[in-house]
Write a new protein. Structure first.
Length: 304
């Protein structure tokens, strides 16, 4: 293959492909107000409903391969958008059952059409969705997904790898999602990670910020789509964590201030545990690399 990455391992290529497809699908779904992760949830939910099931959040997490906590966050956001209904299981008060609303089914149907057309184009080198090479590719991926990770390749909690990998997208992504999962444990029920980022931005601006500036902050630094950023702000005002002021301003409420202060204190404790004993020179080097990677990624996004 003329454009293959020289010396790349199969694992690296699978990861690169998954990242490429995720970004492409995220961009394609922006007009529908969905992210790739949200689409994965509603599409899976639709398929399970067609099979006569009304899954719990745990069952949907197992089906999608996503963390149960992440599925819970996604489901709450989709509920707020009117696409998903969450109800307590009458036979188990600890379980939450999920179902699509009428609007959710319609949106999922439109999204499925968009994604199908996109994936058909992405699979063009293999003959598209109906190509024989695509069928073989699908069978190969299915076989690999059925192979468990050998015990010798699993690292117990608290064990640090002595041979450090070079910094790449996979390493950065794993660190991001691991630390984000820790931070999300601090959030009260009904609060999302993106909401805390918005509240933090308002606090950094002195407690009051222009709506447009906050949306630009969320779409720029945090890389949310405009619909998702606007939905996040709407969720905060609806929850009484932000309030609207004259001049299209947004101000943090006492409840919002209390939430972000509590969250920041928890994050500070997590940060101390994660970085406290790492050598200063290592942290400085990592900071330089990540800053440069961020600048390059921003430039690539700006270039389209």
């Amino acid at each position: 293959m003329s454009n293959a990455i020289e010396g790349a391992t199969p694992g690296f290529l699978v990861w690169r492909l998954s990242m490429k497809w995720r970004v492409a699908i995220d961009r394609a779904l922006v007009p529908l107000g969905l992210t790739h992760a949200q689409y994965s949830l509603v599409a899976s939910l639709q398929g399970m409903e067609h099979a006569g099931l009304r899954p719990s959040q745990r069952a949907l997490a197992d089906h999608t391969g996503l963390e149960a906590l992440y599925v819970s966050k996604l489901a709450r956001a989709l509920e707020a958008a009117g696409l998903v209904e969450r109800t307590t299981d009458p036979s188990d008060s600890r379980a939450v059952r999920l179902s699509l609303t009428e609007e959710g089914r319609a949106t999922t149907g439109r999204a499925a059409t968009v994604v199908r057309e996109l994936v058909d184009g992405l699979l063009a080198p293999l003959g598209g969705l109906g190509g024989k090479d695509t069928e073989a590719f699908t069978e190969a991926l299915s076989a690999l997904l059925d192979v468990p990770v050998p015990p010798s390749h699993r690292f117990p909690r608290g064990v640090i790898m002595t041979t450090a990998p070079a910094v790449n997208g996979q390493v950065i992504g794993m660190a991001h999602y691991a630390t984000r999962a820790l931070a999300e444990r601090l959030l009260p029920e009904g609060t999302t990670f993106h909401q805390t980022l918005a509240l933090n931005a308002v606090e950094a601006a002195g407690g009051t910020v222009g709506r447009r500036a906050l949306i630009e902050r969320l779409t720029g630094a945090v890389k949310l789509g405009v619909p998702a950023a606007e939905a996040t702000v709407a969720e905060l005002t609806s929850a009484g964590l932000l309030e609207e002021r004259p001049g299209d301003l947004l101000a943090s409420t006492p409840a919002g201030d209390a939430l972000i202060q509590s969250y920041k204190a928890g994050v500070a404790a997590i940060t101390a545990g994660l970085y406290g004993d790492l050598p200063a020179e290592d942290l400085a080097a990592a900071g330089r690399v990540l800053t440069e990677v961020t600048a390059r990624a921003d430039a690539m996004l700006a270039a389209g």
